[in-house]
Write a protein that binds this ligand. Sequence first.
Ligand code: KIV
Ligand code: ZN
Length: 457
Amino acid sequence: MSAERARITVFDTTLRDGEQSPGCSMNQQEKLRLAHQLDRLGVDVIEAGFPIASDGDFEAVKAIAAVVRRPIIAALARASRPDIERAWEALQGAARPRIHVFLATSDIHLQYKLRISREQCLTLARESITFAKSLCDDVEFSPEDATRTDPDFLCRVLDAVVEAGATTLNIPDTVGYTIPQEYAELITTIRRRVKGIENVVISAHCHNDLGMAAANTLAAVEAGARQVECTINGVGERAGNASLEEIVMAMRVRPDKFAYETGVVGDQIFAASQMLSEITGVPVQPNKAITGRNAFAHEAGIHQDGYLKNPLTYEIMTPQSVGVPDSKLVLGKHSGRHALSIRCEQLGYQFDRRALDDIYRRFVRLADKIKKVEDHHLLELIRDTHKPSGSATPLIEPMVTAKAAVGSVPAHEVSPEPVAEPTKPFPVGPQTNAFGVPVSSDSQHEQTQQEDYLWGV
Ligand code: KIV
Ligand code: ZN
């Protein structure tokens, strides 16, 4: 990484704006699981929720703040005292808390939604930021519908909140209306006119109603924004938010045009995408850039020919760079536990030996029936193997806790069906080695290795 590359803060709002997407609501356990994956992904800020919106949201923010310690945890609040107090209460356990206050500033929102004047808006913005700042050092302000706000008025509001202590100014294109050049000009205007702007971070927050969210975000970065707000798979209100993977990979694939760097761990992108899709049940659009199942598929003969001669003929990034599993690793009835556990990890799951054995037994039975086990079959199988009895809700623990949690699922909850043992080349079991000879517990490790060898895992 070269010294002149500016560092861009990645603010992930999958758990807040993303969750506002139809069909994308998540319970606390699911949010926690995703928050751990966002941590592994290396995002700088996780917007964990909108605590005043519901008790569930409050508890989820609180739970995430308590255990996810590296990234900043942000909580959203309207420009009102009870909202800000509730957000702050939820953030009490956070290592690095941020209060994010928003207030609409466009005339259409002031007139029809809030029914307040511009002067009232200005006062509310100033007072709410002063109050948030009295609680928390890290305060972000968002003038909702900024891109349809009169720029003179917008700059007055931003002047006021910077003076009141805001540390990040987020400029939302709430309705996905702007275009790259116009959005860049707005950022430039703000940088030129707002007093004290050199002491705060400007942030881009774009919606995708015209399919330009990622392009608009990148244009803002070029104009001086240093934080990008985005979601996994681009989920979010209506047509969604700017997609994290598209913004990050545009910077990585075109460093000649975008001299910026982020802390995102590329090979965790696909696992995050799959996990979100599995949790919400909302599939990733097949042609979705970076994370869609066709993003690295080549169907046409000419393309296949070129690709086989040199993948760079038709691929501008490697599947591995974003964590897409190696397609040469086909999972079928001859596959062993090693391949299975690698694919599980690529899909966002890490199991201990016992849990993997459960999955493996079912996997072999399935592979016998359907020949090739695809990722969606495997995800279903994982969900099925670990769902609590009598519940249709998937119960999959976050990766970091999966080892303990999955291992402790009571036997009666694992599977009501009798499970057939896969055929083994030698009689192996917990008390015998691969050759059927009894072993002491000290030699269990050695036995496992022999078993792995014999099973081809
Ligand atoms: O799109 C928007 O305006 C928002 C704000 C709450 C930041 O999501
Ligand atoms: Zn938004």
